[in-house]
Design a protein around this ligand. Structure first.
Ligand SMILES: Nc1nc2c(c(=O)[nH]1)N=C([C@H](O)[C@H](O)COP(=O)(O)OP(=O)(O)OP(=O)(O)O)CN2
Ligand SMILES: [Zn+2]
Length: 155
């Protein structure tokens, strides 16, 4: 069985190497959809009877690991030096520095790597993170699927 929980957050970014609009500082209402596979719990009378996992448990982990950290932050590539320097000159600014450009693709992969570790720590082999879908706009999204991404570089 596959279940999915959707959450939303706001963040700023730019793609410093982009050849058009996206090189400018701007923001998005991002949407993240987290899909997990597992068996439906059939134990009689337990709170999660009939569920793979309570959707609120997915929300709790996603908020702690991704949403609360990225929401109202500026997501910036470490190699985008002018912007990194600018953001660091603002005392207390909420900035998240990535080792790659903050495209929908790279953010989906990063979210997958972080969430995979968290769900594995919490639920072991009972559940498996299968996909993280990240919408940058209602019309543009990227899917990080387990079988398609590198899980070795997840620092
Ligand atoms: N493959 C990717 N292409 C682009 C990315 C990306 O992350 N991966 N990102 C951008 C920009 O960040 C940009 O904000 C996307 O905006 P845009 O292409 O304008 O998307 P819209 O949904 O707003 O498009 P409309 O045609 O205006 O509806 C660019 N490319
Ligand atoms: Zn953008």
């Amino acid at each position: 069985m596959l279940i999915t929980r959707r959450l939303e957050f706001d963040a700023g970014h730019r793609i410093s190497t982009h050849n058009s609009q996206c090189r400018h500082l701007h923001g998005h209402r991002y949407v993240i959809e987290i899909s997990l596979s597992g068996n439906i719990i059939s134990d009689e009378g337990v709170p999660e009877q009939g569920m793979v996992l309570d959707f609120s448990a997915i929300k709790r982990i996603a908020k702690e690991i991704i949403v609360d950290k990225w929401d109202h932050a500026f997501l910036v590539y470490a190699g985008d030096k002018p912007v990194v320097d600018f953001l660091q000159s603002i005392e207390g600014h909420k900035t998240v520095i990535f080792d790659s450009q903050p495209t929908a693709e790279n953010l989906a992969v990063k979210a997958f790597q972080l969430l995979d570790r968290a769900f594995e720590a919490a639920y072991g082999s009972r559940l498996r993170l299968e996909q993280v879908r990240l919408y940058e706009t209602p019309n543009c999204w990227a899917d990080a699927k387990r079988e398609k991404i590198d899980l070795t570089n997840n620092s």
